[in-house]
Design a protein around this ligand. Structure first.
Ligand SMILES: [Zn+2]
Length: 48
């Protein structure tokens, strides 16, 4: 069985932080904060 290449996987859980209330969620790809509905950002992505 061949090894899979290591590459970004959209199914991999990451840590996301809410822009609005700061709630941290570990999920595959949350679109909205479960608490306040604001946008989430991936903590692994550096802020410019
Ligand atoms: Zn929130």
């Amino acid at each position: 069985m061949p090894m899979r290449d290591v590459e970004p996987d959209p199914e991999t859980e990451s840590t996301y932080e809410c822009f609005g209330c700061g709630t941290v969620v570990v999920a595959t790809a949350p679109r909205r904060c479960p608490d306040c509905g604001a946008d989430m950002r991936n903590r692994a992505t550096p802020i410019e």
